[in-house]
Each structure stands twice: as structure tokens, then as C-alpha cells.
Design a protein around this ligand. Structure first.
Ligand code: SAH
Length: 288
């Protein structure tokens, strides 16, 4: 809900000398952090990381003398107090979060107390587990004439879903669904897909610990089978559920090709080599 608090202006005077950087650590593989994120770790005076998922990245590149703490047993207040305190004594404080900090990561709850304390903050994006899961399974989340839309969502657990965002309603689009935080509620996921008209044969993939060296598991199934397959594989945590009409396209024999690479398609960076299509605007932006 919006408040009357005025927005923070860029460049406003801050009371602490340091900046708190919210850095996406990536999905698990320490090499999937961004170059910028790693550079910040290398010069950090203090790092607060979110559990075992990202501890490796923190400890691998942190400089000697860096204060490193795990937030797994801290409350939000303790975390913000810790970050404010560290920003008072060092120039670069890093809050490492799994995947991308802007997805399911309590970013705003942590930023607000820092804003109130006058501590400068920045956010560095990361590779979300949704992207790492698609990569692990060699799946495209969008395909021409199949779906051009990806929905990031979760099923209702302790966090209630806002009105109009039940999985059953979202699934009615028959676009790609990347479902976070829901592996223990798989029965409800498949029931919602079924209620939205997905066939029992519709393909699904679950990726457990995407990108974790030696620990990643990819389970392929259908709306009818995926729950049992995950149960058999004892997958109960850290998993991305993907339901999409694009799944398995690697094996398809008929595929509508993206027009971007079509020889008859002219765009900003390439002239058509054959039969230029005059219906197409000549200067299409970053389409694929
Ligand atoms: N900000 C994170 C999401 C945090 S919520 C991101 O962008 O990825 C935690 C949920 O993310 C987990 O319940 C799971 O659904 C998913 N997740 C995180 N890491 C994962 C991984 N390596 N493989 C598969 N799913 C993962």
C-alpha cells in the first residue's frame, strides 16, 4: 500500500558513509554472479548473506578482514540494524540475496529502514532461478505463435495471493508459468492447471537446485505425472516448477521460426536478403 512518505531523491545527503548494495548472488553456482556483484564482494567491508545458497560466493571472493554474517536466524529488524551499523563503519556493505533481489526477496522491507536511516542503497540484479532452470532444461520460455508471455508466480501458502492472482486464474492464459516457492504444494499446482483447462498430458518440468554444481536435478513429466515423479525423487525444496506449452520444443519437428532470423525479414541491424516483407516496420526494436 502506498504511504505519504516522499520519495528518496538521488544524491540526497546520507548520514552513513557507506552504501548498502543489494546484490543478486545468482541461483547457486557461484560463477553465475554478475561481474559487478563479484567486484562489490571483493571490496566489501561487510557482507550479510541469505543462508547456505549464497554463502559460497560470499566467502570465495570476500577480502581478508571482511565481516561476514548469515541472516538465516535474524529478524528483518536485526538485519536492517546490522546493515545500518556496518554502513556506519565501512564504504561498501553487501546484502547478498539468492537469484535476483527483486523477486520474492523482501527487498523493500529491508530498504525502507535504510532509507529512514539515511543510508544510501543500490541494487545489482542477479540471474534468477527461473532463468537458470530454463537454461538447465534447455527450454525456451517463449516461442513464436506458441506463447510470448511468461508469468512469475507462486501458489498461496502462508503469504496470501492478491485477488485475481490465483494460479487457476493466471493459468487460464496458457502462457509460460514459472512457479516459485511451491514445490511442497504440487498437488494444488496441478489441480489449478487442470481447473484452468490444461490437459493431463501437458508437459511440466521441475528443476531442483538449478545450477548447483553436482546437485541439480531435472524432472520432466506432465500435469498428471509430475507430482508423483517429484515425490519419488524426494524433491521437497529449492525447486522451480515450469508449466508451459513450449516445453520439449527441442524435439519438435515443426517449429515456427522467430522472424528475427528469417532471411526475408529486415530490421535495424540487417537488410533482408530475399523477399523483403513490406508489411513489417523497417525499424523493429529488440524483437526475437
Ligand atoms: N530471488 C530468487 C527467488 C527467491 S524465493 C530468484 O530470483 O530466484 C525462493 C524460491 O526460488 C525457491 O522456493 C525456489 O522456488 C526458487 N529457487 C531458488 N533457487 C533455486 C534453484 N537454484 N533452483 C530452483 N529453484 C530455485
Amino acid at each position: 500500500m502506498q504511504t505519504d512518505t516522499p520519495p528518496i531523491e538521488a544524491g540526497r545527503a546520507t548520514s552513513a558513509p557507506g552504501t548498502v548494495w543489494f546484490v543478486g548472488a545468482g541461483p547457486g553456482d557461484p560463477e553465475l554472479i554478475t561481474v559487478k556483484g563479484r567486484a562489490l564482494i571483493e571490496r566489501a567491508g561487510a557482507i550479510l548473506f541469505a543462508g547456505s545458497l549464497v554463502s559460497e560466493a560470499a566467502t570465495r571472493w570476500a577480502p581478508a578482514g571482511c565481516v561476514i554474517a548469515d541472516s538465516k536466524d535474524m529478524t528483518l529488524e536485526q538485519m536492517s540494524s546490522w546493515l545500518i551499523e556496518q554502513a556506519g563503519r565501512c564504504a561498501t556493505v553487501v546484502r547478498l540475496q539468492t537469484g535476483d533481489p527483486c523477486l520474492y526477496g523482501a527487498l523493500i522491507e529491508l530498504v525502507q529502514p535504510l532509507d529512514a536511516a539515511g543510508v544510501a542503497i543500490e541494487v545489482v540484479p542477479g540471474v534468477s532461478s527461473a532463468m537458470a532452470s530454463a537454461a538447465a532444461a534447455v527450454e525456451s520460455l517463449t516461442l513464436p505463435e506458441v506463447t510470448q508471455t511468461v508469468i512469475f508466480t507462486r501458489i498461496e501458502g502462508r503469504t496470501p495471493m492478491p485477488e485475481g492472482e490465483s494460479l487457476e486464474v493466471l493459468a487460464a492464459h496458457h502462457s509460460t508459468l514459472c512457479i516459485f516457492l511451491s514445490i511442497t504444494l504440487m498437488g494444488r499446482v496441478t489441480a489449478a492447471l487442470t481447473a484452468a483447462g490444461w490437459s493431463p498430458d501437458a508437459p511440466m518440468v521441475v528443476v531442483h537446485k538449478a545450477s548447483w554444481p553436482g546437485e541439480e536435478k531435472i524432472i520432466r513429466g506432465t500435469v498428471a505425472t509430475i507430482q508423483g515423479l517429484c515425490r519419488d525423487a524426494k524433491i521437497v525444496s529449492q525447486s522451480m516448477i515450469i508449466a508451459s506449452p513450449t516445453l520439449g520444443a527441442r524435439q519438435w519437428t515443426t517449429l515456427t521460426k522467430s522472424r528475427l532470423y528469417d532471411a526475408s525479414f529486415t530490421h535495424k541491424f540487417r537488410r533482408a536478403s530475399v523477399n523483403a516483407n513490406t508489411d513489417t516496420p523497417p525499424d523493429l526494436p529488440e524483437t526475437t
